[in-house]
Design a protein around this ligand. Structure first.
Ligand SMILES: CC(C)(COP(=O)([O-])OP(=O)([O-])OC[C@H]1O[C@@H](n2cnc3c(N)ncnc32)[C@H](O)[C@@H]1OP(=O)([O-])[O-])[C@@H](O)C(=O)NCCC(=O)NCCSC(=O)C[C@@](C)(O)CC(=O)[O-]
Length: 299
């Protein structure tokens, strides 16, 4: 059993965590959260999403968020950009990095971005081209890697195919999303085994939701295989607007606690992170879904 010596956390709370909130969250609250996350030592923060405000109203203030950032040194502030329109707007706002998002499920792709998987990949090609010209790195997501809310089981070979396409078109990293959190450790290992036949492990990240309480177990399983990039959301905020019933990402505080226990370096100050989690859940009136966060904050 060999764990990676260091894991990079990609904090997706301000985007994946907040995108599904039914009540409007003011830009100031989002900015204060992002600031606290940077102060806690997170080096990669997904801050906004340049998608259609009709589709995801909560992310409509993407410009204000990007312009209002109090930037911490060494932190990459990224945003989702599903097409050229989103990319151009994100570049105007000085985004450090962008992400395109595909799915391993046809039905989910249509619900989420209104096109087939093949069409989405075609749409991403000019996004990658333009981002390259602007010297901005592109991350790729594959959703539904361990199950789809519409199609059920997803074949690992299909996940591998989409991950390979994103990698080949120039995504520096491909994040594997268990969008609805139905995965279990053995399934996660098998999926990863299939994907790493086509994409090197060091180019992959794990993006697991915790709907069935399996996210930490799944992360442990893929850490054992060598995954060294983990997406997580402070206080376990979130859910996907196009995956009914899906709960938040694995909580960042819980991941940090797990990594500490395994002796894996991560560079995050757990106390500050837990304080950020308590603060945002109070600010938006949500339960804190991080067990470690709740335990630390109530000491
Ligand atoms: C992709 C589209 C735009 C296609 O949507 P569409 O309706 O097919 O596109 P369209 O080109 O026909 O445009 C429709 C309208 O949207 C506007 N528009 C078009 N593009 C943009 C843009 N970039 N920014 C702002 N506005 C935009 C466009 O200008 C037009 O405005 P109108 O003329 O009607 O006023 C739409 O389906 C969309 O925005 N989807 C976003 C879905 C989304 O954000 N989902 C959540 C993120 S993915 C996720 O959470 C999963 C992940 C990544 O976390 C991993 C995991 O857990 O699995």
């Amino acid at each position: 059993m060999t764990f990676p010596p260091h894991v990079r956390l990609v904090e997706v709370g301000p985007r994946d965590g907040l995108q599904n909130e039914p009540e409007a969250i003011d830009t100031g609250t989002k900015l204060a959260l992002i600031d606290r996350l940077g102060a806690a030592g997170l080096t990669h923060i997904e801050a906004a999403s340049f998608v259609s405000p009709k589709w995801v109203p909560q992310m409509a203030d993407h410009r204000e968020v990007m312009h209002g950032l109090r930037r911490h040194e060494g932190v990459t502030y990224s945003a989702l950009t599903p097409n050229l329109k989103g990319l151009e707007a994100a570049l105007e706002c000085g985004v450090d990095e962008v992400a395109v998002f595909a799915a391993a499920s046809e039905a989910f792709s249509r619900k989420n971005i209104n096109c087939s998987v093949a069409e989405s990949l075609e749409r991403f090609a000019p996004v990658l081209q333009r981002a390259r010209e602007a010297n901005v790195r592109v991350r790729g997501y594959v959703s539904c890697v361990l199950g789809c809310p519409y199609e059920g089981e997803i074949a690992p070979a299909r996940v591998a195919e989409v991950a390979r396409a994103l990698h080949q078109m120039g995504c520096y990293e491909v994040s594997l999303g268990d969008t609805i959190g139905t995965g279990t450790p053995l399934k996660a290992k098998r999926m990863l085994e299939a994907v790493t036949r086509d994409v090197p492990m060091e180019r992959l990240g794990a993006h697991f939701h915790d709907t069935y309480g399996q996210a930490l177990a799944n992360l442990y399983a893929v850490l054992e295989e060598g995954i060294a990039v983990i997406d997580s959301s402070v206080a376990g905020l979130g859910g996907c607007p196009y995956a009914k019933g899906a709960s938040g990402n694995v909580a960042s505080e819980d991941v940090v606690y797990l990594l500490d226990g395994l002796g894996i370096a991560h560079g995050v100050d757990l106390e500050k992170l837990a304080a950020a989690g308590s603060w945002i859940t109070r600010a938006i009136g949500r339960p804190n879904r991080s067990k470690a966060g709740v335990a630390l904050s109530s000491r």
